[in-house]
Design a protein around this ligand. Structure first.
Ligand SMILES: NC(=O)c1ccc[n+]([C@@H]2O[C@H](COP(=O)([O-])OP(=O)(O)OC[C@H]3O[C@@H](n4cnc5c(N)ncnc54)[C@H](OP(=O)(O)O)[C@@H]3O)[C@@H](O)[C@H]2O)c1
Ligand SMILES: [Zn+2]
Length: 373
C-alpha cells in the first residue's frame, strides 16, 4: 500500500490507521476547536497501545497512546490521524513525547494545516525518526472536514445540511407533517451529530411548524451547547415558539433582514434572542463566523436548504433516506434547484454510507480539504 507520493505503508499500519480514525471519533463534541485525533502504537505488527484526544485542553492522542503502550512502545511505530504537533500549546509538543518514548517510525494520515502546530514531521526526521504522511488521507480529511475548512476559509462557517427524506425526496407529507420521516436510530444519530457543531440552524417555517427544541439530548454532551439559529427573514417567530421561549436558557439567534418589522425584532430581543439583519444568506453566514461559529448543522427545511445549496453554501449533506413514499403533493427536499446539465453537474464525494435501523445514511462532501505539503 502507498500514498500518492509513493511512500510505502504496511497492511498492519493501514489497519491501525482505520482503528485510529475510529478512536478519533470518540472526541466528537468535546475537542473543538481542536481537531479529532486518534493514535495507535504498533510493535512490529502488534497493537501495543491506543489513545485519542478526548477533551479540549487535555492530552493529545499521541501522548495518550504512548502512555497506554508504556515501555512496549520503544522502537515501534506510532500511527496517528494527524501530523504530531511540535509546539507548546495547552500541552507540551507531542514530538517530545515521541522522542522520549523512543519511536522508530511515525505514520500520519494528514499534514497539520495549523501554521503554529505544524513542523512535527520535519523536527522528528531531524532527530532520526522515519516519518511517512498520507495513509488514508482522504478519510482523515473527511473526519476533520469542519476543522480543515475553518483553516482554508476564514469568511464563513462549514455548513452541513441534514435532511430526512422519503425515497421520492420529500421532507414532510402534504399536510406539512415531518414527525417522523425517519426512525429512532436516525433520530438518535442526529443528537450525536448536533453535539459536534457550533450551531444548529433551521428555516423560519420549520421553527413555526415543527416547534423544535434543537438541543442535544443524546449520549454525547457537547463541551459547549450549540447555538440555535433561525433563518427568519420576516421575523415571524413569536414568544409562543419554544426556541424563543427558551432563548434565555440556550442561546438563540435569528437571522432576519432589514425588511423585518421593527416591532417583531424588538419583541424577539426582549425575549433574549440575538437578532442579526444580514442582506443575504451568505452575509448571514459571515456574521456567524465573526461571532465565533466555525460549523453549522442546518436541519432544513427544504426552502432554506435548497437556497443554501443553490448559492454554493453547503459543504456537506447528511442525507437520511427512509423507506417510504410521500407523493408529489408532499413537501420537496430541494425545491427550486436550478437545472444542471448532466455532463457538467458537479459530483459530490460519498464519505460515509450506512444503515440507521430501517433508514439509510449517506454523507456527501462537496470537496475534500487536504492540507498541502
Ligand atoms: N424531514 C426533514 O428532515 C425536515 C427538516 C426540517 C423541516 N421539515 C419540514 O419542512 C417543512 C418546512 O420547510 P419549508 O421548505 O417550507 O421551509 P423552511 O426551509 O423551514 O423555511 C424557509 C424559511 O427560510 C427563510 N429564509 C431566510 N433567508 C432565506 C433566503 N435567502 N432564501 C430562502 N429562504 C430564506 C424563509 O424566509 P422568507 O419567509 O422570508 O422566505 C423562511 O422563513 C415543514 O413541513 C417541516 O416539518 C422536514
Ligand atoms: Zn500534539
Amino acid at each position: 500500500m502507498s500514498d500518492s507520493k509513493g511512500s510505502a505503508f504496511t497492511l498492519a499500519e493501514a489497519e491501525a490507521m482505520r482503528h485510529a480514525l475510529d478512536l478519533a471519533r470518540r472526541g466528537w463534541g468535546r475537542v473543538a476547536p481542536n481537531p479529532l485525533v486518534g493514535a495507535v502504537v504498533l510493535r512490529g505488527d502488534a497493537v501495543v497501545g491506543e489513545g485519542w484526544h478526548a477533551e479540549f485542553g487535555g492530552p493529545h492522542a499521541e501522548v495518550a497512546a504512548l502512555a497506554s503502550a508504556g515501555r512496549r512502545a520503544r522502537g515501534g511505530t506510532l500511527v496517528v490521524t494527524l501530523e504530531p504537533c511540535a509546539h507548546h500549546g495547552k500541552t507540551p509538543p507531542c514530538t517530545d513525547a515521541i522522542l522520549a518514548a523512543g519511536m522508530a517510525r511515525v505514520v500520519a494520515a494528514l499534514r497539520d494545516p495549523d501554521p503554529e502546530a505544524h513542523g512535527g514531521a520535519v523536527s522528528l526526521r531531524q532527530r532520526g525518526v522515519d516519518v511517512a504522511i498520507g495513509l488514508l488521507a482522504e478519510q482523515a480529511a473527511a473526519l476533520n472536514a469542519p476543522f480543515l475548512f475553518s483553516r482554508f476559509e476564514p469568511n464563513r462557517p462549514f455548513v452541513a445540511l441534514k435532511l430526512a427524506t422519503s425515497i421520492d425526496g420529500r421532507i414532510a407529507d402534504a399536510a406539512g407533517r415531518s414527525q417522523w420521516v425517519s426512525g429512532e436510530e436516525a433520530r438518535a444519530y442526529v443528537h450525536w451529530l448536533r453535539a459536534g457543531f457550533d450551531a444548529i440552524a433551521v428555516g423560519g417555517t420549520t421553527a413555526l411548524q415543527d416547534n423544535p427544541r434543537l438541543t442535544v439530548r443524546g449520549t454525547v454532551t457537547p463541551r459547549k451547547p450549540p447555538v440555535r439559529v433561525v433563518f427568519d427573514r420576516r421575523a415571524m417567530l413569536n414568544p409562543g415558539v419554544t426556541l424563543v421561549a427558551t432563548a434565555r436558557e440556550v442561546p438563540t439567534w435569528v437571522m432576519s433582514s432589514l425588511e423585518a418589522p421593527a416591532a417583531s425584532v424588538t419583541a424577539l430581543e426582549q425575549n433574549g434572542v440575538r437578532v442579526f439583519r444580514p442582506a443575504s444568506l451568505a452575509a448571514g453566514l459571515s456574521l456567524l463566523r465573526e461571532a465565533g461559529i466555525q460549523s453549522v448543522l442546518c436541519e432544513g427545511g427544504g426552502a432554506l436548504g435548497a437556497r443554501l445549496l443553490a448559492d454554493g453554501l453547503v459543504d456537506r449533506l447528511y442525507w437520511v433516506q427512509a423507506p417510504v413514499w410521500l407523493g408529489d403533493d408532499a413537501v420537496p427536499a430541494f425545491p427550486g434547484m436550478p437545472a444542471a446539465p448532466l455532463q457538467q453537474a458537479p459530483r459530490w464525494i460519498a464519505v460515509e454510507r450506512r444503515s440507521l435501523g430501517p433508514d439509510t445514511l449517506l454523507v456527501l462532501d462537496k470537496r475534500l480539504c487536504l492540507p498541502g505539503s
